[in-house]
Design a protein around this ligand. Sequence first.
Ligand SMILES: [Zn+2]
Length: 220
Amino acid sequence: MIGVRYTTTATGEVAKFVTCKKCGHGYGYWMRRVGTGSNTSWFLIGRDSAQGRSGREAEGELAERLRTEHDPVPCPECGHYQKKMIEPAREEKYGWVFVAGIVGGLLAGGGCFLLGSALAVLGGPDKWAHWLSRTVLGLMCPAAVCIPAAAYGLKGLLTHRYDPNAAPEDGRIDLGRERAMSPKEYARLAPKPRRSAGLDSPDDPPPSDDPPPIPFAPAD
Ligand SMILES: [Zn+2]
């Protein structure tokens, strides 16, 4: 054994608070994320420190994600998606297109391999079967690469054209009420407004006002 690779995941949750840009309503939601880290111990030297670095990396990634990312939670009063939620909403709507492209590419590549191999075996010395087998096998790599690439392009096109705030208002309000924390919980946890406020964007309350994140523990 030359090296052992340690991979650690850390899971955490944080309360996010929002003031709607459109109607001024304040609401909050819980956002959950996972961070991962990995480190290698070579020749079994420094196993503990490799494990420690892997854990710290996972915790660092988790903290960064909790601080900078947002979930698509429209305003429960008016249904408006805030600016920082537009990209996550687009990803939520069309993220599957790229995943489907990767799966499709793997299936098509695997299918070409199996079909081409079967033709090579079953076709025997027949020239036509030999040509077809080589052609099908030749399509294996292009299919495995081009289908995910095309799906990536298609996803980019669809997400670019999609405006989550153009969806029916009732549906957005229902979704906001489903995803947002209860008004009672919001009243208990939300930072109190500061009298000197003026420079801060309602979209982005200062981190110092946020309650501390829910403690998380790295797990192997
Ligand atoms: Zn609103």
